[in-house]
Design a protein around this ligand. Structure first.
Ligand code: CAO
Length: 480
């Protein structure tokens, strides 16, 4: 009883103290607004007074040690560079990223494969198997915030850069990797784009039912996984603000592709409960098997769609349009295609009634679209809110004025290959405007990074040069 009384009195004292504190705080005069740097009451900086787009870049100050090659890793680091990170790409002396020489269109110039994936980066050549080269990389690890790599499984460890070693050198470092597979039976496998498309569920669900599995032109395995990795890195940087320590970030290509094929795993589970009625095979009376089938051009959602021919399809492989029979605009569709009677006919009036007749419905829509060009179909349907999409070729996209205006398609000048087109940052931030700068030449920034970033003296630089750590094999031999 006495104990309870004591506790009650204590609680009252605490409550009084707390309320006194609250009164005191409330009475405090608001801090004078003295500029963007002063913190708000919540500890966060005050909103910048600078105009939007002039307050620096989103990832300004973040330093990325870019140990990536080919497509998946470079996609990720290019995005980070567009958001303002300082990306230092380490490449093998004399060779560099293998894509520099792959699919070359201009002799002796970096290929478009390379240039279009490595904008806004700096390039340093370092032989990671040379002792002096290892020392340089260790210094870079201490200097940078994130190491990004997409080597074959185990390659980074074989160089001596295990997570434990990196973490010891720089406990704040985030180590981000693309691998083909996550932990499991295939974790040691090398993987390229189409392997990921096949093992991540995309190929089995792409193509026509009566044909073989198909890969898609969208690089969902490589660029898609790079995109996943970039998000993981930004999240890890955010968490590091709280924890003060780095972590490993893994984006496995199989996982990334499966994530993008989420709706197909949805359909796999729906199969247990009956046929997939929105797939045109249902209307055609073809039974479903055990796995999600290939769906041709069927829409993956609840609004049936299909690709139909347009005027000129006989000679133009892209004279087609994707047409969606969205339920809310069904009546407008009936009027446009000259079938007003379908609005009230019980066989066509409701989405459910239409499902077994989709083939016939799209054939009828096609009779109409074949009388118009794909852009005319768009001009007629858009004001009526009927969702349609012309099949735009790469040529049309390259020439599209509106994409140039938004910076999605950009012309870049390059010292050895001249002007070329690229895809700029597809993600637009209103206060962090991306500018696309050309990709670096092999080792273009080696000396700059060694002296200005890592602080090596002229004498040390000379030693590094003679050690072979930054020179190509043939040059090393010639010097010997
Ligand atoms: N100095 C010295 N050696 C270097 C180096 C440098 N700067 N950079 C790389 N190397 C070495 C690596 O250490 C490795 O040597 P070991 O095999 O002796 O350990 C060697 O170069 C080759 O690396 P790799 O095995 O990663 O490259 P690969 O061309 O044989 O394979 C790929 C390419 C993509 C199949 C493989 O890297 C991979 O599976 N990566 C993970 C998944 C991925 O990102 N795939 C997408 C690629 S884009 O289509």
């Amino acid at each position: 009883m006495a104990k309870a009384k004591k506790a009650k009195a204590g609680a009252k004292r605490t409550a009084r103290k707390t309320s006194r504190k609250v009164v005191k705080l409330a009475a405090r005069k608001p801090a004078k607004a003295t500029g963007a740097k002063k913190a708000n009451g919540n500890g966060l900086p005050r909103p910048s007074a600078k105009p939007y787009g002039q307050a620096g870049k989103a990832l300004e100050g973040v330093k990325i040690l870019d140990f990536t090659h080919v497509q998946s890793g470079p996609t990720c680091t290019q995005l980070l560079a567009w958001f303002g990170a300082d990306v230092i790409k380490i490449e093998r002396p004399g060779i560099g990223d293998i894509t520099r020489g792959q699919l070359r269109d201009v002799p002796n110039a970096d290929s478009l494969y390379f240039t279009m994936l490595n904008h806004n980066k700096r390039s340093i050549t370092v032989d990671s198997k040379n002792p002096k080269g290892k020392e340089i990389i260790e210094r870079l690890i201490k200097y940078c915030d994130v190491l990004v790599e997409n080597f074959a499984p185990g390659a980074l460890d074989r160089m001596g850069f295990t997570w434990e070693h990196i973490h010891k050198l720089n406990p704040r470092m985030i180590v981000a990797s693309v691998k083909g597979f996550g932990p499991g039976p295939y974790e040691d496998c090398k993987v390229y784009e189409n392997i990921a498309q096949c093992t991540g569920g995309s190929a089995s669900t792409t193509g026509f039912r009566d044909g073989p599995p198909l890969v898609t032109g969208a690089q969902i395995g490589d660029s898609g996984t790079g995109l996943h990795l970039a998000l993981g890195i930004v999240a890890a940087l955010y968490q590091r603000n709280r924890t003060g320590r780095g972590q490993k970030v893994l984006a496995a290509m199989q996982d990334g592709v499966l994530n993008l094929c989420r709706v197909k795993l949805r359909d796999q589970q729906r199969l247990k409960h009956g046929p997939l009625t929105e797939y045109s095979q249902y209307g055609e009376g073809i039974p479903f098997g055990e796995a999600t089938p290939r769906a041709g051009n069927d829409s993956g959602g609840g609004q049936p769609g299909w690709i139909v021919k347009c005027k000129g399809w006989e000679n133009d492989p892209n004279a087609y349009v994707y047409f969606i029979t969205q339920a809310p605009v069904w009546e407008k569709i009936c009027d446009v295609i000259g079938k007003p009677e379908w609005k009230t006919d019980p066989d066509y009036a409701t989405p459910r009634a239409r499902l077994p007749r989709l083939r016939e419905i799209f054939d009828t829509i096609e009779q109409w679209t074949m009388t118009k060009t794909k852009l005319e179909v768009m001009e007629i349907c858009n004001p009526l809110d009927i969702p349609v999409g012309p099949i735009l070729s790469m040529k049309e996209l390259a020439e599209d004025e509106s994409l140039r205006k938004t910076g999605t398609v950009v012309e870049v000048d390059h010292p050895t290959r001249g002007k070329y087109l690229t895809v700029g940052n597809p993600i637009k931030l209103s206060d962090s405007i991306s500018e696309v700068k050309r990709s670096p030449l092999l080792g273009e920034h080696t000396e700059e990074i060694l002296t200005k970033v890592l602080g090596y003296s002229a004498k040390e630089l000379a030693e590094i040069k003679s050690s072979g750590a930054i020179t190509a094999e043939d040059k090393k031999k010639a010097a010997a």
